[in-house]
Design a protein around this ligand. Structure first.
Ligand code: SAM
Length: 196
């Protein structure tokens, strides 16, 4: 079941989006990363080594799979990432939210972004990438956005609106045609937390 999920991600090109999101963070060896909604973390080998890595996911099967594959280099936790979980961890240089926000309500997303902003190390950044609705989307792409498993697919402005109470600098780009099947995604990088 988990290998099928990972295989499907690669067929549709979701892996390329993850690699691009990781590149946008310009991580260095020795950095600390928190990956919320990490799933099986099949992109783990694209992260620098060594790294202090903590992945969180609510699905035990994904965490078991990730632990088997990458548990020698990272720590995987079952559950949501909240302030109690954050209190036990070092300040991250980066928080990854890859394919997560379009599964969360506005309130859940805001709580997570506020927490992420409040714990970042100096110079820290957050990256998200999500299925989106964008203008001039082709029919197949729109169908894919409408039928995504995430219940909260938004327009880019919707994602930016979740973050702008917590970060002074937000930049993003629509990525489409990146996958092997057409789809539209919003890749967003958030820096300069207002809480700093
Ligand atoms: C689309 S998957 C993305 C997984 C992985 N980041 C990737 O890019 O392949 C979204 C993941 O978020 C997890 N999830 C959903 N709500 C969550 C929450 N509140 N806290 C942590 N994980 C959550 C799901 O179990 C699922 O594995």
């Amino acid at each position: 079941m988990v290998p099928a999920y990972v295989g499907l991600q690669k067929v549709v090109g979701a892996d390329l989006l993850r690699y691009r999101s990781i590149e946008a963070l310009a991580l260095k060896p020795g950095d600390t990363v928190i990956d919320v909604g990490c799933g099986p973390a099949y992109y783990f080998n694209r992260l620098p080594n060594p790294l202090t890595y903590h992945g969180f996911d609510t699905d035990q099967r994904y965490i078991d799979h990730a632990t088997r594959k990458y548990g020698d280099r990272g720590t995987f936790h079952v559950g949501i990432f909240d302030s109690a979980a954050a209190a036990d961890l070092p300040a991250p240089d980066a928080v990854l939210l890859l394919g997560l926000l379009h599964h969360l309500t506005d309130d859940e997303s805001r709580a997570l972004l506020e927490l992420s902003a409040s714990i970042l190390a100096p110079g820290g950044r957050v990256v998200s990438v999500d299925t989106a609705f964008v203008p001039d989307q082709g029919r197949v792409s729109r169908w894919m956005s409408e039928n995504d498993r995430g219940e909260y697919v938004r327009e880019p402005e919707g994602f930016v609106g979740l973050a702008d109470d917590y970060f002074d600098e937000i930049d993003g780009e629509v990525v489409s045609g990146q996958g092997r099947i057409p789809g539209a995604y919003w890749l967003m990088r958030m820096t300069a937390p207002k809480s700093a």
